[in-house]
Ligand binder design. Structure first.
Ligand SMILES: [Zn+2]
Ligand SMILES: [Zn+2]
Length: 341
C-alpha cells in the first residue's frame, strides 16, 4: 500500500510504499476512501504534540471513512465490503474511565493518527469495535468528518456543557468544529452567538442558523455579547480556539455560574486564570475531548435523519495532502478539507 509518512517535523510528508497491514483476530482492515484534514494534523506536523504521543515516522489522519477489505478470525459482526467511519480512540475497555462510560478519557488511550498510523494511507488497521457502519447512501466524503468535527462538538455541547433549551451559547472559532457546533446548539434549542475573526466563516455561521455573529477583529466580543444579553453574558462558551488571546475574549462573555468548555488548545501558549474573577462569578471551566463511541453513533443517526448536515469546505485528491496542510497553515480555508481516494 501507499501511505504518507512524516519523517521530520515542519517538513512535507512523503508518499511511500509500505507493507499492507494484516488484521489481528479482533481487528479489521479498511480501504480508506476519504479522510478529513484537521487543525490537529497541522499541530502534529509542526511538532507541537509531544514526542511521548507522536513518534516519527508517522502517518497522520483521524477522520477516516472507507470500506472493509479484511477481517480477523474472531470478528463476527463486521462484513467485508461494508462501508463506515472510524471511532479513532482505541480504549482499553477495562480501566475506571472505560468502565464508567468515559472511554474518550481512558487511562491508556491510543488514537489512529496520533499514537498509531492514521488515514493518510490506502489501508488502515483498527479493532472491529471501532468501526461504525452507516446507511449506504450517505457520501463517504461527508461522513468522514463525523468522528471529530461533528462528534467533538456534540460531546462538548451535550455532555460537557449540558445545554438546555433557551440557553445562550457562544461558539468561539468557526471552523470545521464550530460550524457543526452551531447546528447542534440550535438543535438543542439554544440561542447561538458565533464569534470569528473573518467575514467568510461568519457568513457561513449565519447560513447555519447562528442568531448573532460577531467579528472579533472589528469589535470587542465581550462588549457585544453583554449588550445582546442585557449585561448578563452567555450560559455556555464553546472555546474552539483555546489560545491565550481567544480565552481572554471568551471568558468575560460568561454569565455568572456559566460554563466554558475548552475544546481547542494552543499547546505552547497557556492562559493565566484570575482566581478572584473565578470566585466572584462561580465560573465553571472544563475540557472536552472528542466523544465516546456511543455519541458518535448518535451523531450518525442525527445525520441520517437529516438533523445535522456535515459541512465539507473542499475535496482534494489524497496525493495532495501536503497542499491541504499548507492551506490550514495559511488559514485561508473555512472548515474541513477532505482527501478523496
Ligand atoms: Zn481532529
Ligand atoms: Zn480504559
Amino acid at each position: 500500500m501507499k501511505a504518507f509518512l512524516l519523517r521530520e517535523y515542519n517538513h512535507k510528508m512523503s508518499l511511500e510504499e509500505r507493507e499492507d497491514p494484516v488484521p489481528g483476530p479482533t481487528e479489521i482492515i479498511l480501504r480508506v476512501r476519504a479522510c478529513g484534514v484537521c487543525g490537529t494534523d497541522l499541530k502534529i506536523i509542526s511538532g507541537k504534540i509531544p514526542p511521548s504521543i507522536v513518534t516519527l515516522p508517522h502517518t497522520p489522519g483521524h477522520e477516516i471513512a472507507g470500506e472493509v477489505v479484511a477481517i480477523g478470525s474472531a470478528v463476527t459482526d463486521v462484513k467485508i465490503g461494508q462501508r463506515g467511519i472510524v471511532y479513532f480512540y482505541i480504549a482499553c475497555k477495562d480501566c475506571e474511565m472505560c468502565r464508567t462510560g468515559k472511554e474518550n478519557v481512558c487511562f491508556s488511550i491510543k488514537r489512529l493518527g496520533f499514537e498509531l498510523p492514521g488515514g493518510f494511507s490506502e489501508l488502515v488497521r483498527l479493532p472491529a469495535y471501532n468501526f461504525c457502519p452507516f446507511d449506504e447512501e450517505k457520501p463517504l466524503t461527508e461522513m468522514a468528518v463525523l468522528p471529530d468535527a461533528v462528534a467533538t462538538s456534540y460531546h462538548a455541547l451535550k455532555t460537557m456543557a449540558d445545554v438546555k433549551a433557551g440557553q445562550d451559547v457562544m461558539i468561539m472559532g468557526i471552523g470545521g468544529l464550530g460550524i457543526h457546533a452551531i447546528q447542534i446548539a440550535k438543535l438543542m434549542g439554544a440561542r447561538v452567538f458565533a464569534v470569528a475573526r473573518r467575514e467568510e466563516p461568519l457568513q457561513l455561521a449565519t447560513e447555519q442558523g447562528a442568531d448573532f455573529v460577531i467579528n472579533s477583529s472589528e469589535e470587542s466580543s465581550s462588549k457585544k455579547v453583554m449588550e445582546l444579553t442585557k449585561g448578563r453574558g452567555v450560559d455556555v462558551v464553546i472555546e474552539n480556539v483555546g489560545s491565550a488571546q481567544s480565552m481572554s475574549w471568551s471568558l468575560p462573555c460568561l454569565k455568572r455560574r456559566g460554563r466554558l468548555v475548552i475544546v481547542g488548545y494552543d499547546p505552547l501558549n497557556p492562559y493565566p486564570l484570575n482566581p478572584m474573577e473565578m470566585h466572584y462569578n462561580e465560573w465553571i471551566l472544563c475540557g472536552s475531548r472528542v466523544s465516546t463511541k456511543q455519541e458518535l453513533l448518535e451523531v450518525i443517526d442525527l445525520v441520517e435523519r437529516g438533523r445535522i448536515k456535515p459541512i465539507v469546505y473542499k475535496l482534494l485528491p489524497w496525493e495532495k495532502a501536503n497542499e491541504a496542510i499548507d492551506e490550514l497553515k495559511s488559514r485561508r480555508g473555512i472548515g474541513r478539507t477532505v482527501l478523496t481516494f
